[in-house]
Design a protein around this ligand. Structure first.
Ligand code: PEP
Ligand code: MN
Length: 332
């Protein structure tokens, strides 16, 4: 239930009401946007009449959104996430770039150089890789994270890396500024709940057969566990089309932005699986209102240990950055 509070309701009365509802075993979240103050009350059936009659309650907002905290019915203003001074979701475009996997110290330094020189702010690199085959390269683990952090520091970049297991959250938080949840783990609910207790932003990628509602409900797990810093990412879904690795769902971007206040990114690398499609799909995503892009870049893409076919090289990345920041792609 979403409750809009009266503009002149005293803060102390609101606080008392929140405490009483929490005492009754309900989850209560509060948001203030200008003069508007709203409560999301979640839990067992509540006595609507009792709340509607309170003087501090202006109205009960009818909301069909099951993702109460992630939904735009509760929070109208867009969520802006501040990562060490860099704002995500404030209307500017944020580019995350780097290799699929961290392969060596040399490789991630070379990637960081390309990323920084072209004006991107966040360095990606997987140290724990969710590979289809157990015989494929699984990532360098902590050693890779050390390389990632050092390379990012050298070039003044922020870092993001995937966390696959609750057991690794602690480790990841030491090295990464943003924790990535991959498509395969989007509905790993114990992982999501534990990330909800984390202080770091979570980059939540859409599962390959997840609906918008599934993705937003996954975000709800993190938000309702106490972490408000969630970034959504469209990374392509499985369809009958097998020319591309996945079908990049561009409509997901404006739709998720309508349904939710959370920043929405697009990953055209996994979204198509094809190197030549990364530029056009990046432009399409920006035109559709994406708050950011995640791009796989490697100094020698053909030699990348993972996802080589969808990884672009330094020249293509330079062109992409110029294009997406030129305003041509941006019709916002
Ligand atoms: C990745 O970002 O390298 C990755 C594994 O992505 P996804 O979870 O979207 O497949
Ligand atoms: Mn990859």
């Amino acid at each position: 239930m979403i409750v809009e509070l009266s503009e002149n309701a005293p803060a102390i009365d609101i606080q008392k009401l929140i405490e009483r509802l929490k005492w009754a075993g309900l989850h209560v979240s509060f948001v203030q946007e200008g003069v508007y103050r709203r409560l999301a009350i979640i839990g067992k059936d509540i006595d609507l009449k009792y709340l509607a009659n309170l003087p501090l309650v202006k109205k009960i907002v009818p909301s069909k959104q099951p993702y109460k905290l992630a939904g735009s019915d509760f929070k109208k203003e867009r969520t802006v996430i501040n990562v060490k001074g860099h704002s995500i979701g404030d209307g500017t475009l944020t580019v995350i770039a780097g290799p699929c996997s961290i392969e060596s110290e040399e490789q991630i330094y070379a990637c960081a150089k390309i990323v920084a020189e072209n004006g991107a702010k966040i360095l990606r690199g997987g140290a724990f890789k969710p590979r289809t085959s157990p015989y494929s390269f699984q990532g360098l683990g902590e050693e890779g994270l050390i390389f990632l952090q050092k390379a990012a520091a050298e070039y003044g970049l922020l870092t993001i890396s995937e966390v696959m297991d609750t057991a690794d959250i602690e480790l990841l938080t030491q090295y990464a500024d943003i924790l990535q949840v991959g498509a395969r783990n989007m509905q790993n609910f114990s992982l999501l709940k534990r990330l909800g207790q984390c202080k770091k932003p979570v980059f939540l990628k859409r599962g390959m057969s997840a609906t918008y509602k599934d993705l937003l409900m996954a975000a709800e797990y993190i938000l309702s566990s106490g972490n408000e810093q969630v970034i959504l990412c469209e990374r392509g879904i499985r369809t009958f089309e097998d020319y591309t690795r996945n079908t990049m769902d561009i409509a997901a971007i404006p739709i998720l932005k309508e349904l939710s206040h959370l920043p929405v990114f697009a990953d055209p690398s996994h979204g198509t699986g094809l190197r030549n499609m990364v530029l056009p799909m990046s432009c399409a995503a920006v035109a559709a209102g994406a708050d950011g892009l995640m791009i796989e870049v490697h100094p020698n893409p053909d030699k990348a240990y993972s996802d080589a076919e969808q990884t672009i090289g330094p020249e293509a990345f330079a062109i992409l950055m110029k294009k997406v920041y030129s305003g041509i792609a941006n019709v916002k």
